[in-house]
Ligand binder design. Sequence first.
Ligand code: SF4
Ligand code: SF4
Length: 287
Amino acid sequence: MRLNVLYRGPLSSCNYACGYCPFAKRKETTAELRADRAGLARFLEFLRRETDREWGVLFTPWGEALVRGWYRRAMRDLSQLDHLKKVAIQTNLSAPLDWVADCRHDRLGFWATYHPTEVARDVFVSRVERLWERGISLSVGAVGVPSRLAEIAALRSALPAEIYLWVNAERGRRRRYTEEELRLLKSIDPLFEINLHPHHTRGAHCLTGETSFTVDGDGNMRRCHFVDEVIGNIHDQNWSHALRQRLCPNTRCDCHIGYSHLPALGLAERFGEGLLERNPLAKSRGR
Ligand code: SF4
Ligand code: SF4
């Protein structure tokens, strides 16, 4: 059976300075970085010895991880393990990309977020194209801040049509989207409707904690990033006993990394091999 695991270690810093973000330009101490590196190394050891099943991995750091060499090397090394079918990451795509040449391209996935206040559009697009030209599965997207919709539309025009561009509805915005804005958003992201409103999930069957779980730097397992209960630890011999069928205890779920595990939404079928990096085209392109 294939398991998907989301890894989020203690790293919580970023080289970008998005105004709304607590990790913007935050810097860690040497000791904090060492702890992050050690946690990641233990996670990799775990995956290396768990050869009895297939795995998909998505790195979902607080902040930006690919500016750290140990995450780049982790992706390279994991991509070369036969039982690792996908190793993907959420990233702002600002870090060097040369390391990608040493990876198995058919195993990589990138969930690349565009931050128009931090990077020029053409620079971002050229970095996306470098990955795309290698045949790497990726998605590109941005938060649908009403004042930035023209920029997101311009990004859509600048990208190859085959690349999926997602838009996340801005949460907590002061007003509803207008009809015209909704038309534009849906023309940019044909799946925007799935993200527009939170899903009411209390009591719903969700595959997190069963075929997908999250891990922190200490190896603690949680079913997802949105339910805080620790259900086990990957460094315990019996870690897999924690996995079983579960219902969602939360009232709502509004992020792809969560609701994509709701069987009722059918997103596993829709996204196929691109589920972790949010690329619905991965299946049809055979990636
Ligand atoms: S790129 Fe992401 S993590 Fe970095 S400052 Fe912007 S929102 Fe925060
Ligand atoms: S529906 Fe969302 S919040 Fe609920 S368990 Fe699943 S991923 Fe977590």
